[in-house]
Ligand binder design. Structure first.
Ligand code: TXA
Ligand code: MG
Length: 343
């Protein structure tokens, strides 16, 4: 199959909608990361997503809608806290896990009785859903296990020859996938942190829980609330080590490790805020530490870019777990297989 890439405009969105109606898979931008979409109500179309990504069949997909009114056809038992979250943060980078109706197939939900629903902020995404006339099931548009793509050229790297069309909407604004929040009970539970932070959830719901596996690896025999937690994720080819502690100590430990590894012949790169100084060592600076949202926006592209440069070891400075920092550390932690040095 030949893959074409088109700048997002009325014509390319109309073409995308045509493909979706025909049961094909189309990559499209959202404000979080690029998605790999198909008609959520067409089982054979949804199967093609799993094939294109190489995704395990037991990892469910998020269903995207363009208007809140499309929700009722898909889910049941909508809780008051879910309503409040929708009102506050939809459209936006937030997926709500709710009890599904039978119309949502087992292929989409991987057999779970719940389904994750998201109303994205991206106008391109919403126009595509609207024109397709159906909810769109879409995981991130990377090959399974690789960092999520935040630019169309990265989608092409992973999906060339596997899907007919990529709609290019430029760089994604948030840069990390949506917050996934289980709202089937009274208290919302964050399964995957993202642009809608625990603080923001607590503000509108009065309470919030964070699943314990957000910042730690799965132990043997641990049950999971979200199948995505089981899988190796976001992994660059390079080894990634995170350094956590007071700024000065982190800087010293990173420099010591950097010099030792380079002397041993390894190509090393530091991933850090711009305030930390590392002399003439190779650094990928994401921006000012006063703006952790810039780290969120930069992380996945940085991991791919460092791989392109043949970097073998990445030494990253930990972020504070407040606000969006939790989402950055969740992805970085998983990319590092939770190899975190406390200094
Ligand atoms: O920002 C995003 O969420 C992007 C864009 C394209 O919308 N999509 C995305 O999808 O990141 P994906 O498939 O890469 O990640 C979905 C995550 C997985 O970890 C999955 O296990 C979890 O959400 N998930 C989906 N449905 C679920 C459910 N019913 N219960 C628990 N977890 C669920
Ligand atoms: Mg993904």
């Amino acid at each position: 199959m030949q893959t074409i890439m088109r700048i997002a405009d009325e014509a390319s969105i109309a073409l995308g909608a045509q493909y979706i109606k025909m049961g094909e898979v189309v990559a499209f931008p959202t404000e979080t990361v690029y998605g790999l979409g198909a008609n959520a109500l067409n089982e054979s179309a949804v199967r093609k997503i799993f094939e294109a990504k190489g995704r395990p069949a037991d990892n469910p997909l998020i269903v995207h809608i363009a208007h809140e009114r499309e929700l009722e056809a898909l889910v049941t038992n909508v809780q008051p806290c879910a309503r409040r979250l929708m009102e506050a943060y939809w459209p936006g980078p937030m997926t709500l896990v709710m009890d599904r109706k039978p119309v949502v197939s087992d292929i989409v939900t991987a057999g779970l009785h719940t389904v994750g629903i998201r109303l994205p902020q991206s106008e391109i995404a919403r126009a595509l859903i609207e024109k397709s006339g159906c909810p769109i099931a879409a995981p991130s548009a990377n090959r399974s296990g690789l960092p999520s793509p935040t630019r169309a050229d990265r989608v092409l790297e992973d999906m060339d020859g596997r899907i007919p069309l990529i709609i290019d909407g430029g760089a994604c604004q948030v840069g990390l996938e949506s917050s996934v929040i289980d709202v089937t009970g009274e208290c919302p539970i964050i399964l995957r942190p993202g642009g809608i932070t625990p603080e923001m959830v607590e503000r509108v719901c009065g309470s919030v829980q964070i699943d314990e596996h957000v910042m730690k690896p799965l132990g043997e025999g641990d049950g999971v609330r979200s199948p995505g937690m089981k899988y190796k994720h976001y992994a660059p080819k390079a080894e990634l080590v995170i350094y956590e502690g007071e700024n000065g100590a982190v800087r010293e430990a990173i420099i010591e490790r950097f010099d030792r590894a380079e002397q041993g012949g390894q190509r090393v790169c530091i991933f850090s805020c711009e305030e930390q100084r590392y002399g003439d060592r190779r650094v990928y600076a994401w921006g000012s530490e006063r703006h952790p949202e810039l780290a969120a926006g930069a992380l996945f592209e940085a991991l791919r870019a460092m791989d392109d440069q043949g970097v073998q070891l990445i030494l990253a400075q930990a972020l504070d777990l407040q606000g969006i920092g939790l989402a950055v550390m969740n992805r970085m932690g998983r990319a590092a297989a939770f190899h975190i040095e406390h200094v």
